[in-house]
Design a protein around this ligand. Sequence first.
Ligand SMILES: [Zn+2]
Length: 208
Amino acid sequence: MNPDFGIPTAAARGLALCHSCSRVAPRKLRHCPRCRATLHLRKPNSLARTWALMISAALLYLPANLLPVLDVESSVKGTQKSTIISGVIQFWEDGDYPVAIIIFTASILIPILKVIALVYLCIAARSGSRPERNTRLYRLTEFIGRWSMVDVFVVAILVGVVQLGAVMSIRPGAGALAFAGVVILTMLAAMSFDPRLIWDAAGKRNEP
Ligand SMILES: [Zn+2]
């Protein structure tokens, strides 16, 4: 079946959507008649950019999990450095199961699932198989991704609130910076991916 239900696409008629103001204009004008932005039929080098951002995110994922995200200094216990996983274990052992589950999901599970989903989409955008399902997967990836920022906020809030000076102080560790990098890079990777490529490939597949 034709994935576009026989309706020609704007791209097939030489029309491009302006990436900054969303006006539809003939591609041959090269620049948007309304806001002067450069017109592209598809996001330029979408797949290459997505791959590059995802590989960078995957590399930063290691220090994000191996380095401490929090340095807790208290006069009673001395300096404690906690990584994401040691934090999860600590909360779990203290019986704070919901907190442990939220941190584990937001910080460990979601970034991995997001990278796997984007790798799969980049491959699917070439083959053009099952476009409806893959577009839904893309929407889900974009929707879930923003929630992994929760952890960065938790660190920021803890650092801001728990400044009891002589008694206790909390500082963000190097792992927090790496983790923020992972979150930002996966967000940019999802933004660089052009879901229309899935349908372009599906259309080519259906050509006689
Ligand atoms: Zn424009």
